[in-house]
Design a binder for this molecule. Sequence first.
Ligand SMILES: Cc1cc2nc3c(=O)[nH]c(=O)nc-3n(C[C@H](O)[C@H](O)[C@H](O)COP(=O)(O)O)c2cc1C
Length: 366
Amino acid sequence: MSTANLFRPFSLKSLNIKNRIVMAPMTRSFSPAGVPTADVAAYYSRRAAGEVGLILSEGTVIDRVSSSNDPNVPHFYGTKALAGWKEVIHSVHHAGGSMGPQIWHMGIMDNHHSGWLPPAPFEGPSDLNRPGFSNGVAMTQDDIDAAVKAYGKAAAEAKRLGFDCVEVHGAHGYLIDQFFWEGTNNRSDNYGGQTLAERTRFGVEVIKEVRRQVGEDFTIILRLSQWKPADYTFKLAKTPKEMESWLEPLVEAGVDIFHCSQRRFWEPEFEGSDLNFAGWAKKITGKATITVGSVGLSGEFLAAFKGESSEPSSLEELMRRMDRGDFDLVAVGRPLLADPNWVQKIRDERLSELKGFSREALMQLL
Ligand SMILES: Cc1cc2nc3c(=O)[nH]c(=O)nc-3n(C[C@H](O)[C@H](O)[C@H](O)COP(=O)(O)O)c2cc1C
């Protein structure tokens, strides 16, 4: 097996990276009062020094009072937080890396275990985080308009600070995904509807505003998932046709790259083909895609939160799909959280030096 195709450069608009490996966005909650510290900058710059092609930041929230349920999740607004992010991108560039922030609004959330609450109720398409669980309020048209603007503003700040691209978090049951999912979007206005295409309207408005604020040449990545935290087997798009009705309006709005979140990259998306989500998204839209999910590890990430450890595993199936042209980039989460030098070990075939992943790695910024 050769991993040569992982080590080809990639360029798209403002993004010019030396290899195809992307650090997956991973929330670390080490930014007190929303401000990324020098430790956070050092954590990301170690990955840049370790030759990760593109670093995506942990989710960092937009300027809405209830966009976060965690006081240690970084903000992407406000003088102090943005000064912290400026240090982050400066250190990453200094170490030879490229980076984009993952712009996030959590939507309706469970309360944080610390008991901390934002000063206003959580907001979403409805009051629901999942069917039967209400913990906030349905957004008014004014709320929606302000949130859309705030996504755009955050992306514009990313460009102004010198980041190489921006990723919008539209996956994993957070705000944008709450609009996509009929289990949380029961609106009867233009943002709701029986079809996935109708429920995509909020996401389309966000991407259009981001594009308006960053201009044509800044690379926009959109992260999507079929699965929901409340239902790992759920599929928003049940057929390729339905997937087309979801993704095409997002392409027209301005998405450059789809980041297709799966728990296990090798799982086929639809019957009758072994293509995964990133494979189908690329086939349908012609856009570049990122695959993700248990690359190089034996167990998936949600089980890892419950304490299950994972061992290093072969990249053979990944390379079979990549060599076939299914996707352009490969995101890696836990292996890079635990080991800043994972990329070099793969490139140099120092496989005996690869580490597994266990929950202890989450306790500090290694
Ligand atoms: C500690 C941790 C935090 C995460 N936080 C985020 C996040 O902020 N945004 C996001 O889109 N995904 C998040 N994820 C999911 C990862 O980006 C990735 O999709 C997942 O871990 C699967 O990749 P892996 O199997 O290589 O770890 C997180 C995962 C982990 C392990």
